[in-house]
Design a protein around this ligand. Structure first.
Ligand code: NAD
Ligand code: TYD
Length: 349
């Protein structure tokens, strides 16, 4: 049994689906079902006794204690978080609550449970984090490695940095068997359409503007979500305790390039009915405050120690992703109703 938190979100649900496609080991999936969590993501597991969904908050100490006692997980994989930088700029409070306090409560519950185990060395606490904790790179700087100092610039990345430090402290202070992963930008199926790639696909198909912040020359290092999930599985299996592993796909791309690539793939797979190109919808808008210029991951450690490499290139992953959105219009319709509408309509009204 493993305990996954945030397993109804983008990466967490991909992880749970992939896990149960490969293993019979059951999953307890604890998720608060915020705007970003969606049970539809887990629909293929309906009625599957290997998947136990629990609607709850990682900040709920009593619930956590009960879950650990009842299910006796051999590992925790902590995905639960507030994850969108723009939302953290408009309202940082939830980020502090979930990413910092929530992770703290989860660590405390894990520590109490692990303290009572006979075979303490069998337990793992895997904390899923981001490369954004390292701050921003100049054009010629080397990519982030595991020795790079933390210099977070947004409330999101600052809250994730704080949680990473707590996880580290629980290893050094209490000996809790932890491992942390710091991954670059993910994309792929089940990605909520507020982040760049799914937002652009969704807006393109709706005939809306495709907003590019600032000059669009900010660089992100893109990784297909299934590759992130395989890396996490590998780290859970064989990662060294107390270590961190950077995960990335060696796919640095400027935002403008990402958006034009998406437009070209859409032009090919679902041309606009008026014969025009999707690229005509591109709109340069005001830059994000504190916008990090460049992220890049040096993924040599996880490759050398654990033999992990991504399976997808940027081009193959983008094509799969666009196809997935074209084939899953009902999923998009479902997640873009309700609270999402309020958020988006504020921007495109
Ligand atoms: P997401 O926003 O899509 O999903 C987050 C999930 O956590 C949702 O299902 C939500 O309901 C749940 N959740 C939020 N607050 C909770 C709480 N207090 N208790 C329980 N559940 C709660 O996020 P994502 O993109 O899937 O990211 C998952 C993790 O991976 C996060 O920790 C994020 O920091 C990290 N990460 C994301 C990326 C990326 O590109 N998306 C890259 C690197 C690391
Ligand atoms: P995003 O997907 O929000 O991820 P992150 O901020 O965590 O990297 O944004 C990816 C990049 O795309 C980032 O440089 C901001 C930019 N961006 C836009 O230009 N327009 C948009 O509408 C969004 C959401 C992001």
């Amino acid at each position: 049994m493993i305990l996954v938190t945030g397993g109804a979100g983008f990466i967490g649900s991909n992880f749970v689906l992939d896990w149960l496609a490969d293993h019979d080991e059951p999953v307890v999936n604890l998720d608060a079902l915020t705007y970003a969590g969606n049970l539809n993501n887990l629909r293929p597991l309906e009625g599957d006794p290997r998947h136990i969904f629990v609607h709850g908050n990682i900040g709920d100490a009593a619930l956590l204690s009960d879950l650990f006692t009842r299910h006796k997980p051999r590992a925790v994989v902590n995905f639960a978080a507030e994850s969108h930088v723009d939302r953290s700029i408009h309202g940082p409070e939830d980020f502090i609550q979930t990413n910092i306090l929530g992770t703290f409560r989860l660590l405390e519950a894990a520590r109490a449970y692990w303290g009572g185990l006979e075979n303490k060395s069998d337990f793992r606490f895997l904390h899923v984090s981001t490369d954004e904790v390292f701050g921003t790179l100049g054009a010629d700087d080397p990519a982030f490695n595991e020795e790079t100092s933390y210099r977070p610039n947004s409330p999101y990345s600052a809250s994730k940095a704080a949680s990473d430090h707590l996880v580290r402290a629980y290893f050094h202070t209490y000996g809790l068997p932890v491992v942390t992963t710091n991954c670059s930008n993910n994309y792929g199926p089940l990605h909520f359409p507020e982040k760049l790639i799914p937002l652009v696909i969704h807006n393109a198909l709706k005939g809306r503007p495709l907003p590019i912040y600032g000059d669009g020359m900010q660089i992100r290092d893109w990784l297909y979500v299934k590759d992130h999930c395989s890396a996490i599985r590998r780290v859970l299996e064989a990662g060294r305790l107390g270590e961190t592993y950077n995960i990335g796909g060696w796919n640095e791309r400027a935002n403008l390039h990402v958006v034009t690539t998406l437009c070209e793939v859409l032009d090919e797979l679902q041309p606009r009915s008026d014969g025009k190109k999707y690229g005509e919808q591109i709109a340069f808008v005001a830059d994000r405050p504190g916008h990090d210029r460049r992220y890049a991951i040096d993924a040599r450690k996880i490759e050398a120690e654990l033999g992990w490499r991504p399976a997808e290139t940027f081009e193959s992953g983008i094509r799969k992703t666009v196809r997935w959105y074209l084939d899953n219009a009902d999923w998009v319709e479902n997640v873009t109703s309700g609270s999402y509408r309020n958020w988006v309509e504020k921007q495109y009204a």
